[in-house]
Design a protein around this ligand. Sequence first.
Ligand code: NDP
Length: 297
Amino acid sequence: MVFHKKATRNEVYIVAKIIDGKAISAQIKEEVKQQVARLKAKGKEVTLAVIQVGNDPASSVYVGNKKKACEYVGIRSLSYELPEETTQEKLLSLIDELNGREDVDGILVQLPLPAWISEEGVLERISPSKDVDGFHPQNVGALCVGKPGLVPCTPAGIIELLKRSGIEIAGKECVVVGRSNIVGKPMALLLLGENGTVTIAHSRTKDLKRVTSRADILVVAVGKRKLITREYVKEGAVVIDVGIHRTSGSKKLCGDVDYESVEPVCSAITPVPGGVGPMTIAMLMHNCVESAGKGFN
Ligand code: NDP
């Protein structure tokens, strides 16, 4: 059973069974807005460069949402919309230019990229100090050895969801299902950094139910709709659902967790939509301020 920590005088927790990612992300964006204003007063305008190659409709929606969030918190966003046929050379030379600009604090390249461009090569070219997605191997390494660096937004957002919901991580059995570089692996490292006892499960894990059933905190990032049903979850567990799936023929979204069957047995759960999703952009804004704030505090 996971116990939720009571808020002390200076801590404001949103304690509820349904973890409200919309409310918590709004709280973070308000904090970021204040930090951006403080930096502006010191003469520093926080600036994010957003690069999109081609016009994939889903990417355009993500990029549009990121720009809207920037506008809301007062971050200046510079938009680079490159045609689909852009070469890797051209993209790398834009990144080099942005790396060298003192007025640019963060560089974000929207994924996926066209097949002829190496994502790895592009992400590694971004200066680690401007890598607001936290994907550069130097930032990944820093996370691994517990040094400061920019942390991938989705798992960082999940830690905020847990902390701001008053959920203790230290000493808890944490199971992360999924081992991608953008969610599963950094998630496991962050939970370990918070002193959780961490297990990572993946597609080759034998008897997944047995592994997930020991979790006090279960994070699911597999990309398989409603994979995790009631039988996978220990009574009283906290369940974090990272998955996003659109139900065909409808606008309704669902996650990797079968919400209807799991909600009655768990002690807290993130809904889809309105759980992990809104946290990713809020943490991106947070990372921009982190990156801009160096030397200004
Ligand atoms: P990936 O496809 O990169 O990784 C999926 C992981 O799940 C892999 O490690 C894979 O194992 C594992 N896996 C697949 N099937 C099973 C299974 N049956 N049992 C156990 N493990 C399994 O996905 P991402 O990490 O990028 O994303 C996961 C989900 O999260 C997606 O639905 C995505 O849309 C969503 N997402 C949501 C975000 C948000 O902001 N809310 C942000 C990022 C992602 P193996 O390594 O062995 O192949």
